[in-house]
Design a protein around this ligand. Sequence first.
Ligand code: ME8
Length: 500
Amino acid sequence: MSFYITTAIDYVNAQPHLGHAYEKISTDVLARHMRQRGEDVFFLTGTDEHGEPIADAAREEGIEPRELADRNAGRFKDLVERLDVSNDFFIRTTDPQHEAVVQEVLGRVHDNGHVYKGIYEGWYCPRCADFKVENEILEGNLCPIHEIPLTRESEENWFFRLSSFQRDLERLYAEQPDFVMPRHHYNEARSFINSGLQDVSLSRAKLSWGVRVPWDPDHVFYVWFDALLNYYTALTYARPGEDLLARFWPATYHVIGKDILKFHAVFWPALLIAAELELPQHVFVHGFLLGADGRKMSKSLGNVLDPLEVLEQFGTDALRFYLMRDVPFGADGAVGIDAVRTRYETELANEYGNLASRTIAMIGRYTDGHIPDVATDATLALEFDVLPAEVATVLDRADPTRALDLIWNRVRRLNRYVEERAPWELARSGADADRLRETLASLAEGLRVVTVLLHPYMPHSTERLLGALGSPEAEFRHALFAEHGSGARVEPLEPLFPKQ
Ligand code: ME8
């Protein structure tokens, strides 16, 4: 089955922060998991480089928007690499191929009669690059997201006839209750639609940093329409000579944060209908990482935790694990360096890392470095048999936190198993050699199973551990608890998560 998954594309007006990292990591977990299951996956991420915030930031620095975009896009790209994100392509909306296809698709929307010229007047947030409706605005005319003053703007724009898609969107939401997940965001989008859609600006005349409107070159497209179309345009040029559209369109999952729900859950499907393109299957909405002050982590509020700092101190896998474990996907969660340290020490180093080191050391000591090829413990097997299917079901609902929780319960189960069976006692008495072999075979097998399932979360450490256990296969079908120990030779392993 083909599986096309995307993240939002990030604004390049400032440096990437942990909120950006969080979205890329969660999407990566889903993409890696689907690849493990043998699906044909295409995973897209990238940067959103046009629009007023970028033009403004460049002006403040006294440089051209292009220069700022090049510099910061590089930082986002580096971060994605350092996070071990397995994207198949990195789109930049300043790519000329993207711009050409935006013009072509929006030209079709124009030719199909879905646009008109009019005057827009309203309260505008330059950071959101969005006009705000009266009931969203905070007291003192502040942006509800950035808490900065809104400006009163009036200009001649091209408009997209969003209102004419009222019925189509009502039908979409009635027929596809899982179009937006989780449910409360579906409800939010649906009530936005039910309250009556108004037409929206499609172009800006005052701005020059954007994709030119082909039928009116004094205008550039409003950045959101240019940006949304990245999900489509990327497939037209990511692999020259290959028809990725035929293979992957429409998207299976768009993963986004809750602040951009309206654009993806309302504008985007309407735009696709207007352009006669197929609609995505699901929009998955995650919450916000909150800074230590309990507010959304964002560059304009100045409460960001630098992902590079966390990466340097604890490593990529630990950051990935921490974010997936500590912030329930779909909800908001406060993050901080102390909480990273606690999870690192108690769970990664003590529970998982220690389990791995102990298991390998005991196999070295008691069975000559070979995982005994004997029947595994049937009771333990029962507890592990259901695990892969449970994890897959939960990840199909895009809940990487819950899936991780299920896996972690088994990590803890294995630690209890070590205590219950006390292999060192069995070895000392010498009379229980069979039980010792069964224990070590079962432990190694349980450890291998949880490690295969943890692979999408912590690709690097799990590869090391699977290698040390002599079974490097990380496909999902290898997450079944075998009836026999593998007989493989284990290799010594440096601590997976060394003490800091
Ligand atoms: O919105 N916690 O770009 P962006 C969690 N260019 N997620 C966060 C976050 C936080 N503190 N802060 C931001 C844009 N995000 C547009 C998207 S898509 C066609 C265009 C998430 O750089 C945010 O919710 O402001 C969004 O999904 C992504 O990071 C990019 O945010």
